[in-house]
Design a protein around this ligand. Structure first.
Ligand SMILES: [Zn+2]
Length: 246
C-alpha cells in the first residue's frame, strides 16, 4: 500500500458496479445509515417502467434523499481520494454510490456506474439539468417536468437500465499501477469482475469477507476504511509506520 506510484486508481465503496442485491441496498439506504429509505419496494420505486407510469414514489424518495445528502459530509476516505487526485497520484474513482459525495469532496474524475444526482435529463427531448435545478424543481412540483412537457429523470441508473461506464472503468483498472478496492465485499457482478482487469497490484481494504480469491500481487486488509486510510495518509506524509498488509 505504501507503493503508491505515479498513478493510482481508486475503486471505491462497493467497488464499481453491482447487481440487483447491491443496487437494492445502495438505492434503499445509500452508503450512509443516515440516508432515507424509499417508501415503497426499491424494485418498483427504481423501476424505469414504473417511473414512467407514476414518478411520484421515486420523487418522494428523491426529496428525502436530496435533503439528506445536503446534510452529509464526505468521509475521510472521500477526502483522501480527492487529495491523491489533486497530487496527481490517483487517476479515477469508480463508484456505485449515487450520493455524489466524491464530487462534493473534490474528486473530479468519478465514474459512477449507477449514475448519480449530479445531472438529470428530460425523457422526451434529452435536455440536461444540473443538481441545483433538481434541488429546486423537486420541491416546486410533485414530479419535475421539462419546458417541452417531458418528465425529468435524474441520471441515476434504475432497474431495467444498463449500468454506466463499465468499459471506461475496466480500461482505467487495466492501466493502473495500483488498484484500491475500498469498502467492497466484491460479492456481486459486475462489480466483482473489475479487479480481474488489473495488471498491477490490487489492495482490497474491507471489513469482513471479500469475494476475490487470493493471487499474486493481491493484498487484503480487514480493517475499518477511514481508520486504515488515516494511517496510510500519515505514512504518505512521511510519519508513522506502514500499516500491515496481509
Ligand atoms: Zn424536454
Amino acid at each position: 500500500m505504501v507503493a503508491v506510484r505515479r498513478r493510482l486508481r481508486g475503486a471505491d465503496p462497493d467497488g464499481a458496479a453491482g447487481g440487483r442485491a447491491d443496487r437494492r441496498r445502495d438505492l434503499d439506504r445509500g452508503r450512509h445509515p443516515g440516508l432515507p429509505r424509499a417508501a415503497g419496494p426499491p424494485e418498483t420505486v427504481f423501476d424505469i417502467s414504473c417511473f414512467r407510469r407514476d414518478p411520484l414514489p421515486f420523487y418522494d424518495f428523491t426529496r428525502d434523499f436530496l435533503g439528506a445528502i445536503d446534510r452529509i459530509e464526505p468521509t475521510f476516505s472521500h477526502r483522501f481520494l480527492a487529495a491523491l487526485e489533486r497530487e496527481g497520484r490517483l487517476a479515477a474513482v469508480v463508484t456505485q454510490n449515487i450520493d455524489s459525495l466524491h464530487q462534493k469532496a473534490g474528486s473530479r474524475r468519478v465514474i459512477s456506474v449507477h449514475g448519480d444526482y449530479w445531472t438529470s435529463r428530460c425523457l422526451n427531448c434529452g435536455r440536461l439539468f444540473d443538481l441545483e435545478h433538481m434541488k429546486r424543481a423537486a420541491f416546486e412540483a410533485p414530479a419535475p417536468h421539462c419546458p417541452c412537457g417531458g418528465l425529468i429523470k435524474p441520471d441515476v441508473v434504475f432497474f431495467g437500465e444498463p449500468v454506466l461506464g463499465l468499459e471506461e472503468a475496466a480500461a482505467e483498472v487495466a492501466a493502473a499501477d495500483l488498484l484500491l478496492v475500498l469498502g467492497s465485499s466484491l460479492a456481486v457482478y459486475p462489480a466483482a469482475f473489475l479487479p480481474s482487469y488489473a495488471t498491477g497490484e490490487v489492495v482490497v481494504i474491507n471489513r469482513g469477507e471479500v469475494g476475490l480469491p487470493p493471487g499474486p500481487r493481491r493484498y487484503f486488509v480487514d480493517a475499518e476504511l477511514d481508520a486504515y486510510l488515516a494511517e496510510v495518509a500519515a505514512v504518505l506524509r512521511g510519519g508513522g509506520s506502514a500499516p500491515p498488509l496481509s
